[in-house]
Design a protein around this ligand. Structure first.
Ligand SMILES: [Zn+2]
Length: 142
C-alpha cells in the first residue's frame, strides 16, 4: 500500500513533512487531526492515532486491512513446505518492522507524547513478534 492509497480515504489530510501527514482519524469522532501517517523509504506506512485508536480500527474504518499496511509474507501457505520454514529475508523484514515500532514508541515516550494502553499493547506485541521471528529463524535457544 502506498501512503496515497490511505490518504485518499481520509479527511483533512495535511502534509507535515517529508513522508509525514496528519489527518482526521476515521475510527473515532475526531475534532482535530489526531491521526499521524508516516511513509517509510521502503514504501511501508506507519499509522498512529493519538486519541488511542488501534491500527486495525483506523484501517478498517478507512476500508483497508492490516495486510494492506504490511503483508505478512512469512505466514504464506508455501512457507512450511521448505526445509527452512521461513526465508531469512522475511524474518529480517519482520524484525526490522517491529524494531521500528519499538523505536517510534521510544521516541514518542522521550518526546513526552501521550502513551496509552493501546500503544503499550502494541509495544508488547512488537516484542512478542521479534521473539517469534527469532524463534522462526532458529535463533532463540538461549
Ligand atoms: Zn482515532
Amino acid at each position: 500500500m502506498t501512503a496515497e492509497n490511505l490518504l485518499s480515504r481520509l479527511e483533512r489530510v495535511k502534509r507535515t513533512g517529508a513522508g509525514r501527514y496528519q489527518a482526521r482519524c476515521p475510527a473515532h469522532d475526531d475534532k482535530g487531526p489526531s491521526l499521524s501517517i508516516r511513509e517509510l523509504d521502503d514504501g511501508r506506512v506507519l499509522v498512529h492515532c493519538f486519541a488511542g485508536c488501534d491500527v486495525h480500527s483506523v484501517l478498517s474504518a478507512a476500508g483497508l486491512s492490516f495486510d494492506d499496511l504490511f503483508p505478512p509474507r512469512e505466514l504464506g501457505p508455501h512457507a512450511k513446505r521448505e526445509g527452512r520454514p521461513f526465508p531469512a529475508a522475511d524474518i529480517l523484514r519482520a524484525i526490522a518492522f517491529e524494531a521500528l515500532v519499538v523505536a517510534v514508541a521510544g521516541s514518542s515516550m522521550l518526546a513526552g507524547e501521550p502513551f496509552n494502553a493501546v500503544d503499550r499493547d502494541r509495544l508488547f506485541l512488537a516484542v512478542g513478534r521479534i521473539r517469534a521471528a527469532l524463534e522462526a529463524g532458529g535463533l532463540n535457544h538461549g
